[in-house]
Each structure stands twice: as C-alpha cells, then as structure tokens.
Design a protein around this ligand. Sequence first.
Ligand code: URA
Length: 436
Amino acid sequence: MRRSVPELLLAKRNGQALEPDEVRGLIQGFVRGEVPDYQLSAFAMAVYFKGMTREETVALTLAMRDSGVVVDLSEVSALKVDKHSTGGVGDKVSLALAPLVAACGVPVPMCSGRGLGHTGGTLDKLEAIPGFSVNLPLSRYREIVRDVGACMIGQTAELAPADKRLYALRDVTATVESIPLIVASILSKKLAEGIDGLVLDVKFGSGAFMKSVEDARSLATALVEVTRGAGKSCVAWLTRMDRPLGRAVGNALETIEAFELLHGRGPEDLREVTLTLGASMLLLGAKARSDAEARERLERALGDGSALSVARRMVAAQGGDPRAVDDPSVFPRARVVGALTATRGGYLTAVDTHAVGVCGVVLGAGRTRAEDVIDPSVGFVFARTVGDRVEPGDTLATLHVRSDEDLAVARERLGRAFTYGDRAPEPVPLVLERVG
Ligand code: URA
C-alpha cells in the first residue's frame, strides 16, 4: 500500500529505511510541485539526524539525476571519465587535468561548480579567461566533448534541477552537512553528464569541508559505493588540504598556474595530485593497464605539447582567448600588488588554510552574497609554505588586491594565518590513500 508523504516523513524521522520507490516518488512529487518545500525540508532534516541506507542513497541520487536531462554521449565511443573534488583553497587541478586526460584519449565531460564558502570554484577560475563561457547549450557541450575531448560547463537548468532546488532548501534549513544528502547532490549532477567513470578527490584538513580524515573517508566510501550502485566505475583519493594547493590562490592566478603545469612547470604538489587523479582516470577509461603506464602516458602528454594543444582548443571552443594558455598577460591584472613578509624567523609549521580562503573571498576573489561579482585578478601567490625556514622580512606571499586598504587587510589576515615554530614540522603525505 502506498504511504502518504506525512507517513514517509514519520517513518524517516523514526529512523526507518524507506523503499527506493518511496524515495523516488518523493523527489518526483517535489519536482512536479506536489510535495511542497516544507515537506522536503522536513525530509532533509530527518535524513540529517537519521541518515540513509546505501540503497536509499542510491535511490535518492538516481531520482535527482532523473529530475532533468541525462546527457547521451554514446556518439563518443571511448569511455568518458570525469573528476570531482570536494573543494579546497588553491585547488585548480581540474583546469590542467581535463585537457591532460583528454590528450591521452579519455574524453572528459565536466560539469563544475562555483566557489562555495571559503573554497574556490572551477567555473569562476575558467571565467578569468577573457571570453570563456561556462554556459553552453547541452548540444554544444556534446559537440566539444566529441571534437576536442574536454568541455567544462556549469550546471544548467536542465541538469539535476531537483538538486538545485533541494540545495537551496538545505542551505537555509541547516541540513547541508549530511553525508547522504551531499552524496546525492554531488553525484546526481555528475551522473547526468554522460560519464562512464568518476574519480573523486576527497579533501581533508583546515582548508577542506571535511576537517578530519575519518569524515573524509566516510564521505569517500559513500561516494564510491553510490556511484558504483548507479552502475559507473569509481575511485576516490583522500588528499591533504591543510595548506593551499600549489602557490596561487585566486581565479586568474590559479588558472595561470594550472596552465603552467601543462607547460611542464608548476609546483610539485599540484603536479602530484594531478598525476595521481589523472592516472586513475586513464585506468577507468581503459587507456592504461597499470598506474605506472598511466603516469608515463600523462608525462608524455605534458612533454610533447599535446595537453597544451587540447587546452588551447577547449578554450577557443568555449569562446575564450586561446592565448591565455601560453601568455599570462592576457589575464586581468590587479591594481595593487604588494608583499607579505615574515614577522619573525623560524619554521612555518602551519597555515590556517580556511583563513586564507576567507581572506580571498573578503577581498573579492569569492562571494559573500550570491549576487556578488568576483574580481578575477584578486589573489595571492605564496613564496613559502609549511616546512620552510624563514628569516624576518622574507617574502611569504605576493598579494594581488584592488586597493591600498585591501593590501592592509590582506597583510593583517594572512599574517595571522601562519604559525611559526623553532623546529621543522614532520613531513606528511599529500596523497593519503585510495578508497575503492
Ligand atoms: N557540493 C554539492 O554539489 N553539493 C553538496 O551538498 C555539497 C557540495
């Protein structure tokens, strides 16, 4: 017998698992306007407190995926693989990874997000490229994946609209931090893109949403199990986000750094995460049989210019100025550039990465209100990082800001983000473990 919505809410509130059909019916009713926002908000709160079984989470994810268009990329015969990061500070991996992996023969259809809280977003970084559009019709997205191998767009109104509406409710009902709801939200969009496989970068540490490695592991495990439950191949990596990734933070500066990597330069930590995730994407895309072979292919694509070539073609296909891939002077530049210097000597033992992200947001690299317009030129380039020894007066970072007042704010906030000690901290691995 079919249960009414109040009966389903009561069951969930009491900790009972719902049938997959019941979860699907609830989401379908929500999308059709038959289940009002207040009932879905109550559902989200019940899930927040009582959780969901894997079966329920798969049903929720698929129902949200099916609330809109599921892109058909079957005209592209190769296995298509995307990557998702749970977000951090300085995480510009996607911008280098998509063209790199596509250059190795694995098409990358990528639907990305904007900055969230203190973290940056791939779409905001891409929009630092003059002319680049992340709002393409799905027909053009399909063409670019087919012809170039990589396309990076935002969530359109057609992709997982139930997620868009449920996310807005969660945002104002204190129900964002629920693993099943996060999993369904992330994966409903990813599974609508037309992928065969997904590689996840689940971050932990002061600059991540999951502060502890245990929480990151739980999220990674749930993401992998639900993606597989939806019939797609999936691997997750736990990576450290207790310092900015790479040297640059801020939209134009990060995009320039990602393209540097494709030129065979760029910071070692960024390269390590990119190659780790890229190797898994080649394995899921059946373009390599071992991690070593995958890494060799990726290195070759970095060395022979083929990754750069895909990047230029992708930027041009999405309306951007392809010179941006090779020439940083194409990007908007900040009005004021100044240095942050060390106030004392010693070892840098920690950096409050959340505070670095918030500082960027406050100065215009992110949004504090949905309607805020980002200034792509704002950001920082760190000269020193955790583990380095510094003398008083050494430059810690170059600050790119909009005014002298902002320079003072940046110096004050970022100066406080560093912790000094008399001994070098123990080195810690950047890539911790694979899940799945
Ligand atoms: N990103 C999403 O897309 N959804 C969440 O719920 C959290 C992060």
